[in-house]
Design a protein around this ligand. Structure first.
Ligand SMILES: C[S@@+](CC[C@H](N)C(=O)[O-])C[C@H]1O[C@@H](n2cnc3c(N)ncnc32)[C@H](O)[C@@H]1O
Length: 282
């Protein structure tokens, strides 16, 4: 039976440090209850009888505990058509600029990172089908990535509850989802097959680099969990994964200007986005 004793200051500090080094996420004293609940869950799941035995297991990564630990601490809040003004900007401005003078046989690449349980990359796919007249003229590759392997599994299964769909009209739901009953809907296989899901850690260069260069990256609502040092690492990794002239959309409370001088700010009617300069600085 797990030890339900509250974690001490020192234990909290060690756990937070461990999580920070692996994910960039910062949990301070104000998140004590959040941390406590999750650590108790992990101790119960692993049968650890004390914090010390759990922490030893975590540090040795016994039975893949690091992955389970990270999965337990991520905040996966997301829903379809979140901040859809950025999706409008994508079809009205960003893609128009990206396809200028582009040969038809060069694919458009869009990365949703972090994608959590898939609502964001699937929203991009639906939005393009519904709102971009040139959708059939190009190969469009949409990649969804996250550090949380449990969220990625849910994303690739493509089953959603009412809350995830709350911003979609009944017409859109009828067109792109199959109703399963019990207030669950499965996204149609064609849409499911149009998004590729892969694991990526935004603060690990080696894990982001192989994804290659994208025309547009959606990196929304994760930098808020990082400190400035991890934000800078993430910004550099994102920069490397953007084609010159490519764009990044952040969450509405996030800004690149304070984090990194690598990007130019572009103000469009529907959104402020960040662009990798076409030519290198200097
Ligand atoms: C609040 S969700 C955002 C989902 C989506 N972008 C949106 O805005 O609706 C935050 C996600 O960030 C992921 N995350 C946290 N740290 C990460 C890291 N270092 N690399 C990649 N993903 C990370 C979490 O697993 C979680 O799914």
């Amino acid at each position: 039976m797990a030890d339900a004793q509250p974690v001490t200051e020192e234990e909290l500090r060690r756990l937070s440090e461990f999580l920070y080094r692996r994910t960039g996420m910062i949990f301070t004293e104000t998140k004590r209850y959040y941390v406590q609940r999750r650590i108790t869950d992990r101790m119960e799941a692993t049968g650890a009888t004390s914090f010390a035995s759990y922490f030893a297991r975590l540090r040795s990564d016994a039975a893949g505990e690091v992955e389970q630990f990270i999965n337990a601490f991520t905040v996966n809040e997301t829903y379809f058509y979140r901040e859809d003004h950025q999706l409008r900007c994508l079809t009205q401005d960003l893609l128009a600029e990206r396809v200028e003078r582009r040969p038809r046989d060069r694919a458009i690449r869009i990365w949703s990172v972090p994608c959590s349980t898939g609502e964001e990359p699937y929203s991009i796919a639906l939005w393009l089908l519904e709102n971009w007249a040139q959708v059939d003229a190009y190969d469009i590759e949409i990649v969804g990535s996250d550090i949380d392997t449990r969220a990625l599994k849910a994303a690739s299964e493509g089953v959603f509850g009412k809350r995830a769909l709350m911003r979609l009209s009944p017409e859109l739901i009828g067109r792109y989802f199959e109703e399963l009953g019990d207030e669950q809907w499965r996204i149609l296989d064609d849409i499911r097959g149009s998004v590729r899901f892969t694991a990526a850690n935004l603060v690990e260069t080696a894990e982001t680099r192989p994804h290659g260069q994208f025309d547009v990256i959606f990196c929304r609502n994760v930098l808020i969990y990082f400190d400035d040092a991890s934000r800078r690492v993430a910004a550099e990794n994102l920069y490397e994964n953007l084609a010159p002239g490519g764009f990044i959309c952040l969450g509405h409370t996030e800004s690149m200007s304070r984090i990194s001088p690598l990007f130019e700010v572009r103000r469009f009617d529907d959104a402020i986005v960040y662009q990798r300069p076409r030519a290198a600085h200097g």
